[in-house]
Design a protein around this ligand. Structure first.
Ligand code: 26Q
Length: 843
């Protein structure tokens, strides 16, 4: 909110303007860049050809696809750069409270198509493409995915910054500019092989380096990277520099263009003259090499925090650079430190940036010279924390010695925070020693650890989970003792996804059918999809929905044929499970279901069934052996079924290699069935579940994460829910025995028998023994407990598919109820309930 001007000015500024640029404003932008107005035809190419000629020095007629991509992207960036500057100038002039979203991951995917869509330049581009006769798909395919994240948490950050820009919120994302993102996955002989993802090999047209805004980061020790791990040289303080690279974040309609700032590590330019003069010229310069390795690569684990020193330094580096930048921006317009919480809201995406607690406190104590109570109050009121997992092995705990070596001052502060926390807890719960030790920031043990979740909860004013069930389990189980100390801090913000990328961009046939029926308002107000609900009774609309799905399936089948030489039948059911490979996500349970269906078909070869293709995609953490074995099993299952003449043409399994945002954009719109089958209580939210729902897939799944709320929104009859509830999982854990299911359930026994017979590993004796041992041993994730009810739900689902009218009605009911799962809704809730920020529209 502006703090100066007349009341009328303030009222006008507070009134959010529509997020779209007018035609006249867009014409002006294009004109200034030599493209001419949108309605003007012919000169759109001028800008693009200028880039080919002057950036790439090639004859535009002879340009290679990659040169063409860069030229188009640079042209789009030219068009948006004035709005980008204007957005930043507006924030500087009005000085509203801003949001800073700190995340070690931003899984952005491609930007060209999204930016063109959000700038509403698609008609201009279409005309230019037609006039030139260029292959537009080939140009889009030139852009590598920016895979700077592992999965859900990173993709959520990308959806969130897009929604913040669309909602015209004065916001900024902070992350790391990894040179290598999520590894590329090859499948060789059925096994996952990892390949480095050198996504910056060619210049990235979206990023702008800002060397003038470099930040120095001081560390309590020096370090060297030796053989992939970090060698600490204690007692010798050192410095690194953070070089910011900015990327535009275009809001829908092009009015607001926010910034995602990614930090790259470099060594100071001035080098060590002492080392130089003592003859160590080469090693003085080689320091650069070790500094730059800090932001070389993303850690490819999404659910273990296997303590890696380099990761710890990455986390501090992000925090130190970002806090310094935020404080600098704050100080530019404010001299009273006490107003920081009125000007900045900092959201921590999981505990990965939780060092922000001692870092901000350190700045307020040591640089602003405030007293403890004031500094602590400002810190807590500025920070907020989102938790994304309950898995104990994913909760971050860093060795105390690492703090001591690298961040001695921060350790002092954490010790003092802990001392005051103990006083507080001791006063409120006298004599409760158990609570004292459970709430402590320190975890005793052979190597004493700092509990980052406790630090984040104690050092911030808000802690939220990402779906109702998850937030409740977090509050009542995982950190129940701290929640009793700070009950008012705990809340829930159910996740969402951006409909611009996941419906409008990814599924043009369906988006067109929706817009035809209810107009384009849904694009920025997804609740309007509810207006589709009554159209379930309209036969013409049902037909249009089925045709759109058939189109999307055909597009995907064509791509599969062209790209992977694989044939799938778009008239059959497309049944999909795409996500990281993890035991709790239970891809193996899906495989057991497929084995049961395969056996049914073999037992009754004459049976008429709907042909079905089962799609899997996902990456396993490189060190996660069980998950890698599951991938091998899925590939063997696919091969065995393909080789079996008894089921050919009726059943097919496809493992799509190298899952990515771009692959998700293809496979999700083409799917009829979405599998969300985690052990209840383990999937914090899930977000692909929402993407499937808005694209008209039906969900077969457990009562877990946000799937519960999706079924509530659409009514349970439109969902195919099965399996134990989270409470049942917890209650039966003590006496659960998978053998009971093998002994008492014929279908379960038959599946296990076929698996044990070696049917899926004929020439690879014993390789799947670990899977069998897990299922018949402890079956920790309770696959066998849920297999029977999964098969029952599956039978209901395929029966409905045989009735296209009934299927279309159910799909429409799902789409119509998906409005709540827009990230615009999620971000509006964060903005009003946690951040206290309002839109700051750009004129
Ligand atoms: C931590 C320490 C060291 C190395 C790696 C990590 C690490 C990295 C990534 C730990 C966890 C992650 C990612 C977690 C994640 O993606 N969680 C998912 O978040 C989604 C968005 O809220 C939810 O929808 C999913 O349910 C949740 O699994």
């Amino acid at each position: 909110m502006p703090t100066s001007g007349t009341p009328e000015d303030r009222a006008a500024a507070a009134e959010p303007q529509p997020p779209l640029l007018t035609d006249a404003e867009r014409d002006t932008l294009l004109e200034q860049y030599g493209c001419g107005p949108v309605r003007f035809s012919g000169s759109e190419n001028a800008l693009y050809e200028r880039h080919l000629m002057f950036d790439h020095v090639v004859d535009p007629a002879a340009a290679a696809p990659r040169d063409r991509f860069e030229a188009v992207a640079r042209s789009v960036r030219d068009v948006l750069s004035q709005r980008w500057v204007r957005t930043q100038d507006t924030y500087a002039a009005r000085d509203p409270k801003r949001v800073y979203y700190l995340s070690l991951e931003f899984l952005l995917g491609r930007s060209l198509s999204d930016n063109i869509g959000n700038l509403m330049l698609a008609p201009v581009v279409r005309r230019a493409v037609a006039a030139k006769g260029v292959d537009w798909t080939a140009i889009l395919e030139q852009e590598p995915d920016a895979g700077l994240g592992n999965g859900g948490l990173g993709r959520l950050a990308a959806c969130f910054i897009e929604s913040m820009a669309t909602l015209q919120l004065p916001a900024m994302g902070y992350g790391l500019r990894y040179e290598y993102g999520m590894f590329s996955q090859d499948i060789v002989g059925g096994w996952q092989h990892e390949r480095p993802d050198n996504w910056l090999r060619r210049p990235d047209p979206w990023e702008v380096a800002r060397p003038d805004e470099m930040v120095e980061v001081r560390l309590g020790c020096s370090f060297e990277v030796r053989g992939g791990s970090l060698a600490v040289i204690p007692g010798r303080p050192s410095s690194l520099y953070g070089l910011p690279y900015d990327r535009p974040v275009v809001g829908y309609g092009g009015r607001t263009i926010n910034t995602l700032r990614l930090w790259a590590a470099t060594a100071p330019d001035e080098f060590d003259f002492h080392a130089f003069s003592s003859g160590e010229f080469v090693s003085a310069l080689a320091a650069q090499l070790s500094a730059e390795s800090l932001t070389r690569v993303l850690y490819p684990d999404d659910s273990t925090s296997a303590g890696q020193g380099l990761r710890f330094v990455q986390e501090y580096f992000l925090v130190a650079c970002s806090i310094a930048d935020i404080v600098r921006r704050f100080r530019a317009g404010n001299d009273d430190w006490h107003t920081l919480p009125d000007k900045a809201a900092i959201q921590l995406n999981d505990t990965h940036p939780a060092l922000a607690v001692p870092e901000l406190l350190r700045v307020l104590l040591d640089e602003a010279r405030l007293g403890w109570d004031e500094a602590w109050d400002i810190t807590v009121r500025t920070l907020a924390y989102t938790n994304h997992t309950l898995l104990p092995e994913a909760l971050e705990r860093w060795p105390r010695q690492w703090f001591a070596a690298l961040l001695p001052r921060h350790l002092e502060l954490v010790v003092e925070i802990d001392r005051r926390l103990r006083d507080d807890v001791g006063r409120r719960f006298p004599g409760d020693e158990g609570r004292l030790s459970r709430t402590s920031l320190f975890e005793p043990g052979q190597t004493e650890k700092v509990r980052m979740a406790n630090l984040a909860i104690v050092g911030s004013h808000s802690t939220n989970g990402v779906a109702a069930l998850h937030s409740q389990l977090l509050r009542t189980e995982t950190v129940a003792d701290l929640a009793a100390v700070f009950p008012e801090r705990f809340g829930n913000k159910t996740n969402g996804v951006t409909p611009r990328r996941w419906l409008l961009g990814a599924n043009p046939p369906l988006a067109a059918v929706i817009t035809e029926a209810i107009g384009p308002g849904w694009i920025t107000d997804l609740d309007q999809l509810a207006r589709l609900r009554p159209l379930a009774d309209d036969a013409a609309f049902r037909a249009a929905i089925l045709t759109a799905k058939r189109d999307a399936k055909q597009r995907f089948a064509d791509w599969l044929r062209d790209r992977h030489g694989m044939a799938v039948d778009p008239d059959g059911i497309f049944d999909t499970q795409v996500k990281r490979i993890h035991e709790y996500k239970r891809q193996l349970l899906n495989a057991l279901r497929i084995i049961a269906l395969y056996q049914d078909l073999r037992a009754d070869p004459g049976r008429v069934v709907q042909p079905r293709t089962f799609f899997f995609a996902g990456k396993a953490a490189p060190a996660y052996r069980f998950a890698k074995l599951v991938i091998k099993f899925l590939n063997n299952l696919a091969e065995t079924i393909d080789a079996d003449p008894l089921v050919r043409g009726r059943l097919k399994v496809v493992f799509l290699p190298d899952y990515s945002v771009s692959l998700a954009e293809r496979v999700i719109p083409a799917s009829d069935v979405s599998n969300q089958i985690s052990t209840a209580g383990y999937e914090a939210s899930g977000t692909s579940n929402m993407k499937f729902m808005m694209n008209g897939a039906l969900t077969i799944g457990t009562r877990d994460g946000a799937t519960i709320e999706m079924a509530e929104a659409a009514s349970e009859e439109t969902f195919f829910l099965f399996g134990l509830t989270a409470a049942q999982v917890a209650d039966t854990r003590g006496w659960y025995n998978p053998r009971w299911h093998i002994e008492h359930e014929p279908r379960t026994r038959a599946v296990l028998d076929l698996l044990t017979s070696g049917h899926f590993n004929r020439d690879e004796a014993g390789i799947f023994d670990p899977l069998i041992e897990s299922l018949t041993g402890s079956d920790h994730y309770m696959l066998l407990a849920d297999l029977g009810s999964y098969l029952d739900a599956d039978a209901r689902l395929t029966a409905l598919y045989a009735d296209p009218d009934g299927w279309a009605r159910t799909a429409i009911a799902n789409i119509a109820a998906s409005g709540r799962f827009s990230s615009d809704r999620t971000i509006s809730e964060y903005a009003t309930e946690i951040w206290g920020v309002t839109p700051c529209p750009v004129d």
